[in-house]
Design a protein around this ligand. Structure first.
Ligand code: PLP
Length: 464
C-alpha cells in the first residue's frame, strides 16, 4: 500500500513543482513558444520503451521537454482567439477532479460530484438570469454545447410535426430550416453538420455583425411552414457585439421556431450589471451554449449547455441500458448522462463550482467588467497610434484594429507576434485584414495593458 502511495506522492510532487514554476514564469515570460511541434517531436517520439519507467521521472521528463513548446496562454498579455486564463480555485479543483477519478455519468455512484455539479448548474442559471428549472449539462466546449442544444431543438421541432426522429431518423423527415446570422461562429455550422442538418440559411447582419430583425422576419416568412430553428449569437468574435436576442426570440417564437443562443464568451455579459443591457430578453430563448473555459476562466476544457425545457434535452440525450442503475426511478432528478452526448465523463462541473464559489456574484461581475474595461483601454491606446484605426464599437471584450491597408496590418501583426511581449490574432473582418484583440484573462492588469501597447507601438514603428 505504501509503495503505491509513495509512487503517487513522487509523481504529484514533480507535477506540482513544475506547475508552480510554469505559473510563476507567466508574469515575465514571452508569450510565444520557442520551438515548434516538429522540433519537439524527437523529445517525445522514437521507439516506445520496452518496459516501465519511474512515474516521477516520467512526469519530470515530460515537463522539462514540453516547457519550450508551451504558449503562455494563461499570461495576462495573451489576447489571441478567445481563450481565458485559469482562476486559482478552479485549477485546484481541476487537480482534485483528476485525483478523485470519478466517472460522472450517473448520480447514484458519484454523489459528491453530482451534488457539486447540480449546485454549479443552479448558480449558473441564477447568475445568467435564465428560467429556473432549466437543465444544465457540462460538455467539452461551446461547439459541443451548441451541438447539444441544437440536438434538443432538432428533436423538438420534428416532434411537433409528428415526426419520430428516434425511430425514423432524418431521412424523409420534414426539412428543418436553420436561420443564423451571417457572422455566426464557424462551429455552429460544424455542429449542424454533425446533426445532419446541412448548411444553415444566413440572415443579413448590421455593421457590427448583429442579426438584422427585418432580415430575420423575412427569412422566417420565407421558411413558410417548415420546422425552424433560429440560432442567435451573444458575443461576436470580432466585434464582441450581441444579437438582439429578446426581440429576435419574440419574432421567432411567433413562427413556432426553437431559439438557441451561442454565447460562448458573451453570455457572461448578463452576469455584469454594467453590461447586462446588451442582452435584454435573453431568458426568452429555449437553449443557450456557453464556455466556462473562456470568460469564467476555468482550465480547459469545459462548455455548458442550458435548456429551458428539461424534457426536450433528456429526450434528445438520454440512454437506456440495463446496467445503468436508476435507483431514483423514472421521474427522479436527471443523471448527467441524460443532459450531455457522453456516457463516461470527467466531472467538468467541479472547477466551475470552485470558480463561482471563489468569485461570488460580485466577483463574477467584476471579472467580466474588468475584461471589458481592459479591452476599452487597449482600444483607446490603439486608436491613439498614428495610422491605426479601431474598426468595431468596443462594447465588450473584443477589439478589431487595422493599420492602413491589409499588407501593413499583416506586417504589424507579424512584427508583434515575433517580438513576443503580447499575443493577438490576425484575422479578416468585413473584408479587411485586422489585428484582433480578445481580453479573456482574469489576470490581465493595467501593467499588462501598458506593456502590450508599448510592444504594439514598437511593432508599428518597425514596419514604418
Ligand atoms: C469559441 C467559440 C465557439 C466554440 O467554442 P469551443 O469551446 O472552442 O468549442 C463557438 N462560438 C463562439 C462565439 C466562440 O467564441
Amino acid at each position: 500500500m505504501s509503495a503505491k502511495k509513495d509512487a503517487y506522492d513522487a509523481a504529484l510532487d514533480a507535477a506540482s513543482a513544475h506547475a508552480r514554476a510554469w505559473l510563476g514564469s507567466l508574469p515575465d515570460r514571452a508569450v510565444p513558444p520557442r520551438v515548434d511541434a516538429d522540433a519537439l517531436a524527437p523529445a517525445f517520439g522514437g521507439v516506445l520503451p520496452d518496459g516501465p519507467s519511474d512515474p516521477a521521472e516520467v512526469v519530470e521528463a515530460l515537463a522539462r521537454a514540453a516547457e519550450p513548446g508551451l504558449m503562455a496562454m494563461p499570461s495576462g498579455r495573451f489576447y489571441g482567439w478567445v481563450i481565458g486564463g485559469t482562476l486559482p480555485a478552479a485549477l485546484g479543483a481541476d487537480w482534485l477532479v483528476s485525483a478523485w477519478d470519478q466517472n460522472a455519468a450517473m448520480r447514484y455512484p458519484t454523489p459528491a460530484v453530482a451534488a457539486i455539479e447540480e449546485a454549479a448548474g443552479a448558480w449558473l442559471v441564477d447568475l445568467l438570469g435564465l428560467p429556473a428549472g432549466s437543465d444544465v449539462g457540462f460538455v467539452t466546449g461551446a461547439t459541443m454545447a451548441n451541438f447539444t442544444g441544437l440536438a434538443a431543438a432538432r428533436r423538438h421541432v420534428l416532434a411537433r410535426r409528428g415526426w419520430d426522429l428516434d425511430r425514423e431518423g432524418l431521412a424523409g423527415a420534414p426539412r428543418i430550416r436553420v436561420l443564423v446570422g451571417e457572422e455566426r461562429h464557424d462551429t455552429v455550422d460544424l455542429a449542424l453538420r454533425h446533426l445532419g442538418l446541412g448548411a444553415p440559411t444566413p440572415v443579413a447582419v448590421d455593421d457590427q455583425g448583429r442579426i438584422r430583425l427585418d432580415a430575420l422576419a423575412e427569412a422566417l416568412t420565407a421558411a413558410g411552414d417548415a420546422p425552424v430553428i433560429v440560432c442567435l449569437q451573444a458575443g461576436n468574435v470580432h466585434s464582441g457585439a450581441f444579437d438582439p436576442v429578446g426581440a429576435a426570440a419574440e419574432l421567432a417564437h411567433r413562427h413556432g421556431a426553437w431559439v438557441h443562443v451561442d454565447g460562448a464568451f458573451g453570455l457572461w455579459a448578463v452576469a455584469a450589471p454594467a453590461l447586462r443591457h446588451h442582452l435584454p430578453g435573453l431568458a426568452a430563448a429555449d437553449s443557450w451554449a456557453t464556455d466556462a473555459h473562456k470568460t469564467l476562466n476555468v482550465p480547459y476544457d469545459c462548455g455548458i449547455v442550458i435548456v429551458a425545457d428539461p424534457g426536450a434535452l433528456r429526450a434528445a440525450m438520454g440512454v437506456q441500458a440495463s446496467y445503468l442503475i436508476e435507483p431514483a426511478g423514472p421521474g427522479g432528478p436527471a443523471d448527467p448522462l441524460e443532459k450531455v452526448p457522453e456516457l463516461s465523463r470527467r466531472a467538468r462541473g467541479v472547477p466551475v463550482w470552485a470558480a463561482l464559489r471563489s468569485l461570488g456574484r460580485r466577483g463574477v461581475a467584476d471579472l467580466v467588467e474588468g475584461l471589458a474595461g481592459h479591452a476599452r483601454r487597449l482600444a483607446d491606446g490603439i486608436a491613439a497610434i498614428d495610422g491605426a484605426e479601431v474598426l468595431n464599437d468596443v462594447v465588450f471584450t473584443q477589439v478589431c484594429a487595422a493599420f492602413g491597408d491589409d499588407e501593413r496590418t499583416a506586417a504589424v501583426t507579424r512584427a508583434l507576434l515575433a517580438e513576443g511581449t503580447a499575443w493577438m490574432s490576425g484575422s479578416r473582418w468585413r473584408g479587411r485584414a485586422v489585428l484582433r484583440v480578445s481580453v479573456s484573462n482574469w489576470s490581465t492588469d493595467d501593467a499588462d495593458v501598458e506593456a502590450s501597447l508599448t510592444a504594439l507601438r514598437r511593432a508599428v514603428a518597425s514596419v514604418g
